[in-house]
Design a protein around this ligand. Sequence first.
Ligand code: AMP
Ligand code: MG
Length: 411
Amino acid sequence: MTRLRTVEEQLDRVLTDLRVPDPLELALLDAQGLLCAEDVYARAPLPSFDNSSMDGYAVRAADTAGATESAPVVLPVVGDIPAGSRAPRGVSRGICLRIMTGAPMPSGADSVVPVEWTDGGVARVRIHRPAEAGAYVRRVGEDIETGDLAVSAGTPVGPAQVGLLAAVGRERVLVRPRPRVVVMSTGSELVDVGRRPGTGEIIDANSYALAAAARDAGAEVYRSGIVPDERAILLDALEGQLLRADLIITSGGVSAGAFDVVKEALTELGTVEFTRVAMQPGMPQGFGVLGTEQTPIFCLPGNPVSALVSFEVFVRPAIRLMLGKRRLFRRTVTATTLQSITSPPGRRQYRRGLLHRDDEGRYSAEPVGGAGSHLLASLARANCLIVIDEEVTEVSEGDEVAVIPLLLSGA
Ligand code: AMP
Ligand code: MG
């Protein structure tokens, strides 16, 4: 029997074969969460005109000199400048205008006296503190000047970037798009949820689980129907999906059984390779490309835990790479095991676990449920994968282990 491929070797293969989809121009809110793929320069300055940062009175600072609580300066108020005011009249010596936050500074005025320093007068105002020249005025371009770089290529577009792009007049922006991922379950025993399974049938859990995982990883997801273990139907279904897919994920039919049709049919095509990877769960793995566009395809094993762990190990980094992300892998933490765990020799075990963090920030972890790759409920109770290296066959209570916390991106 050939040597098992290591997780790293398989990952290397997968990641070097992937193509990053071309940048796409999207409306601002659709760009949220994606990486900007262009340098966006400000077409206008921000602020776009001098304006008041306070509700108060636009004055010439010199006119307020010497004002105190007991000896206020009194100025006539010759008008109001609300926000949105187009052509405010100017301020000349010895008068002032009432001004609101964000309203344009009138010509002649060099500062704003906040309303809190005054009696709030409408026709005449008593000013109790002198203004400093320039005080409470937001200067044109002090945030960003015309021609300055507003958002650079490679920056994640979050709320502040969306806001800035809007503020500088951009309705659309070039981003690294979400890869369109098609998820397909294979297996003649599968029925879709909502239908009552007959004898020997089971409800398809994988297409839902993998679709959710792909979406969580940042993909745009399409769940295609269930495909039975029949070569012609499988090939037909895959061909149909190639039109809309940047990436295809199948589950089931990749082991050594008599009806493992995914492996049989795709091996014949010659562009998809089926290997055995030194891991548990998830030993049988298929990866390759399909069709004229060389669309990448992952053929994951059918057991739900195998499928999801394989997704975590191979597909999630692939989707992140397609999104242009720099960090492909989750951060692992070191934890003390609360229970001893055994692991098969020569295979890296990903054991479902519960990760705890104490008040001092120390981590501990314990396995949840057994090692069986059909134990989906245990995975649903887990919040981490405990990673036990290939050469380790037993960890004792109190030993340190590497743990991958399974945090949801949207959580
Ligand atoms: P396979 O990889 O096709 O040999 O399937 C391995 C095991 O996973 C079998 O017990 C299948 O019934 C089960 N299985 C395969 N596909 C799914 C699925 N989509 N949802 C739930 N269980 C599945
Ligand atoms: Mg099967």
